[in-house]
Design a binder for this molecule. Structure first.
Ligand code: URA
Length: 239
């Protein structure tokens, strides 16, 4: 059986207003549960079973939301920051009440795929070091990338603090004075991709995440755009 939830909480989670506004509306008799007017906000409903109607609109209740953001540079991967713009500021108003947070972090200057959700369990699974969820990045570096660098990545790279990374896959897109490559890593150390290339003498000048797990960034999403994941995409994302 599905969980029971307070009527005002269900309506607030579904975007029908603040708890205060909802309490007032309920008192005014604007809400029915299974066809019967309920004026007490503390009334408990079965979220998956009972039919709740607010001002004639059937309430589609859901607990969790999963958004794909094409993160632009210039935003920090946090929910609040005293000085800098956060990725939460890019979330459309209709999703704000869900209290979303980013799954992991991209650097302020990194672009690309960032998942925003309020599903703490999924976030934990995606970030758990033992799960080794792959993350793929498109990268531009100063300097010529060669197959030898690919071999170094495959063996694991020793970072500036002496840590040896897990094997990573490097696929060269273009080799020149500024080279382009795709790299897949299976862990998430601080500034990991930038530090891996730095260890090889190749400073990163541009970084964009293009996949997480089996989920790829929707390239039709403009930087700063957000959309909900489809059910199929959510399945691809789950480790
Ligand atoms: N590695 C980095 O160096 N930066 C990121 O934002 C993500 C991975």
């Amino acid at each position: 059986m599905k969980d029971k939830i307070r009527l005002d909480k269900l309506l607030a989670n579904s975007g029908f207003g603040t708890r205060k506004e909802i309490k007032k509306a309920v008192r005014e008799g604007r809400v029915t549960v299974n066809g019967i007017t309920v004026t007490d906000s503390s009334f408990h409903v079965h979220s998956g079973q009972d039919t709740v109607v607010f001002d004639g609109v059937v309430v589609e209740y859901r607990e969790f939301v999963y958004l794909m953001l094409n993160k632009p540079a210039g935003y920090v991967s946090a929910t609040v920051d005293p000085k800098q713009a956060t990725v939460i500021e890019l979330v459309p108003e209709r999703f704000r009440h869900f209290e979303l947070f980013p799954v992991g972090r991209l650097d302020k200057d990194t672009e690309g795929l960032l998942i925003l959700t309020n599903d703490g369990k999924l976030a934990h699974e995606l970030l758990a070091p033992k799960k080794h969820v792959p993350k793929t990045y498109f990268v531009k570096v100063n300097g010529r990338v060669s197959p030898g660098h690919g071999k170094r990545f495959a063996e694991g790279v020793i970072l500036d603090d002496g840590y040896k990374t897990m094997p990573a896959r490097l696929s060269i897109v273009h080799s020149g004075d500024v080279s382009e490559a795709e790299v897949t890593i299976h862990e998430g150390k601080y500034h990991q991709v930038k530090r891996m290339f730095a260890a090889l003498g190749l400073p990163v000048v541009y970084l964009k995440r293009i996949a997480m797990g089996n989920l790829s960034l929707d390239e039709s999403l403009a930087p700063g755009d957000v959309r909900e994941l489809s059910t199929g995409e959510l399945t691809l994302l789950r480790p």
